[in-house]
Design a protein around this ligand. Structure first.
Ligand SMILES: NC(=O)C1=CN([C@@H]2O[C@H](COP(=O)(O)OP(=O)(O)OC[C@H]3O[C@@H](n4cnc5c(N)ncnc54)[C@H](OP(=O)(O)O)[C@@H]3O)[C@@H](O)[C@H]2O)C=CC1
Ligand SMILES: O=C1O[C@H](COP(=O)(O)O)[C@@H](O)[C@H](O)[C@H]1O
Length: 495
């Protein structure tokens, strides 16, 4: 299918009164509609328990779009495609009614029986919804059926396997779209292009020329309204198992033989398979966990994690994690991939810094001057772009100094926009699963972090150990210092 085609589809959203639907999914569907990527032949069916009518639902859809996209345009024609079906996913009779509604809408909108079932609900329901969709014949239509699964995909490897078995009993792997919204971000998708379309990088992209790679995804927000989910999860499950390891895989994978879903996934899987397992007794040598204390962000005082909600008062959950990830293969042997992510850090920013090794004899940097390595910086958000840090003599000067070649296509909507969801939803409708995670990727990622979490679960951490508004615990700096490196400051390299 080419990009110009306008697929016909019914999108069924389980959890349509929830936060994700409101903030991400409705605005994304609207933007697809506005940009002509879906045809007039579409319908959206929203499901949740509260007893809303179509009109109430449509008002909510319109409000969420007005809020998310800061517009007050009349979108009545668009919202008339939305239908609400009060539904308790635990009641099997509801699925029969849903089947009848979908058949009616198939006829009304000529959607050719194409269906996306988007599970925007708590993960404990994923398996049973998938099974009921199969048992009550909802995926047996004249067209295709696809299942989009939100995170978290399990709590550890064992529960992820169980969930996967439940889903796979109802849907084929090709019908399952496990969403990782980082894979929908413009600059995450650009990692492959930057690597595989530039001779100057790909030839140097290995342990001979790269000294280390740093991936930072910092957030200034705290746990917000998600204390219950987050405290059960923690930063490692919430960000590392999925987004951070996906970025590692994209940075480290071999060039695929073709740009097809299977070939790209297969190369990513090889990286995840090659991650060096961290043995119990070595976890503290390779990984650092943290939990935020009170502090200030943008000059406003903020509370410590343990005071953000009643149930957090004795929490041992990490809101920050930094780690040294090693990839045991020919290309990357000996090159640390340092990752760090956390809540309530100094600023919201996701960046990748690739640090190159120095040349053997650098005539311009003597002992009294700090050497400045060449860096390739990939700005994921809030700015989107690439910066190459080189050394040159500035006009009028006599010594080499770092200069920056920068390309910046400032994100057209800023941070946390529905843009990534929009792209991924569109890919799903087109049947392109490249930017979704295959089960094998999920499984290897869980296997890697399980050993770290198991060690941490048995030991009490010395929390809180970083101030809100800082870049994390001191131990995270030491992690690099003992290897002779330091974190490239994300604020400085932004400028
Ligand atoms: N919010 C976010 O930014 C993100 C969310 N996610 C994931 O997306 C999923 C949804 O998250 P979020 O929207 O925040 O969650 P919410 O708690 O806001 O929404 C949950 C939804 O599920 C519905 N629901 C709950 N129980 C039932 C039931 N028995 N039958 C039918 N509907 C039910 C609720 O509606 P009602 O009460 O009316 O039944 C509501 O619409 C989760 O897996 C989450 O981890 C992932 C990344 C980001
Ligand atoms: O998946 C998640 O991601 C967000 C961060 O996403 P971003 O696109 O804003 O960088 C994080 O806040 C959340 O805890 C996590 O569940």
């Amino acid at each position: 299918m080419t990009i110009q085609q306008k697929p016909k589809v019914i999108i069924v959203i389980f959890g349509a009164t929830g936060d994700l639907a409101k903030r991400k999914l409705f605005p994304s569907i609207y933007r697809l509609y506005k940009s002509g990527k879906i045809s007039e032949d579409f319908a959206v069916v929203g499901l949740a328990r509260r007893p809303w009518t179509n009109d109430v639902f449509r008002d909510n859809v319109e409000n969420s779009i007005h809020d998310a996209l800061s517009t007050d345009e009349n979108i009545g024609t668009f919202s008339s495609h939305f239908y609400y079906h009060p539904f308790d996913v635990t009641e099997t009779s509801s699925y029969q009614d849903l089947k009848v509604l979908l058949e009616e809408l198939d006829g009304k909108y000529q959607t050719d029986g194409n269906r996306v079932f988007y599970l925007a609900m708590a993960p404990e329901y994923f398996g049973s919804i998938a099974q009921n969709l199969e048992s009550y014949g909802l995926k047996e239509s004249a067209g295709w059926s696809r299942l989009v699964i939100e995170k978290p995909f399990g709590h550890d490897l064992a529960s992820a396997k169980e969930l996967n078995n439940e889903i796979r009993a109802a849907f084929d792997e090709e019908q399952i779209y496990r969403i990782d919204h980082y894979l929908g971000k413009e600059m995450v998708q650009n990692i492959e292009v930057i690597r595989f379309a530039n001779a100057i990088f790909e030839h140097l992209w290995n342990n001979q020329y790269i000294s280390n790679v740093q991936i930072t995804s910092s957030e200034s927000l705290g746990v917000e309204e998600r204390a219950r989910y987050y405290d059960h999860s923690g930063a490692t499950r919430d960000m590392v198992q999925n987004h951070m390891l996906q970025m590692v895989a994209l940075l480290a994978m071999e060039p695929p033989i073709k740009l097809t879903t299977d070939e790209i996934r297969s190369e990513k899987v090889k990286v995840l398979r090659a991650l060096r397992t961290i043995e119990n007794e070595k976890v503290d040598k390779y990984f650092v966990r943290g939990q935020y204390d009170s502090g200030s962000i943008n000059e406003k005082p903020v509370e410590r994690y343990r005071d953000e909600a009643e149930e957090l008062i004795d929490s041992n959950t990490e809101t920050y994690v930094a780690g040294k990830v090693l990839i045991d293969n020919y290309r990357w042997s000996g090159v640390p991939f340092y990752i760090r992510t956390g809540k309530r850090m100094a600023e919201k920013s996701t960046k990748i810094v690739v640090e190159f090794k120095d040349i053997p004899m650098n005539l311009y940097f003597k002992t009294n001057r700090e050497k400045h390595p060449n860096l390739l910086i990939i700005h994921i958000q809030p700015n989107e772009g690439v910066t190459l840090v080189l050394n040159a003599k500035k006009s009028g000067g006599s010594l080499a100094e770092p200069i920056q070649l920068a390309y910046n296509n400032y994100g057209y909507d800023g941070i946390n926009t529905p843009e990534a969801y929009e792209k991924l939803l569109y890919d799903c409708i087109l049947g392109d699963a490249t930017n979704f995670t295959h089960w094998d990727e999920v499984a290897y990622s869980w296997a890697y972090i399980d050993s770290i979490l198991k060690t941490w679960e048995t030991t009490q951490a010395d929390f809180p150990n970083y101030k809100s508004g800082s870049m994390g615990p001191e131990a995270a700096d030491k992690l690099l210092e003992k290897d002779g490196f330091h974190w490239w400051p994300i604020t400085e390299i932004e400028k």
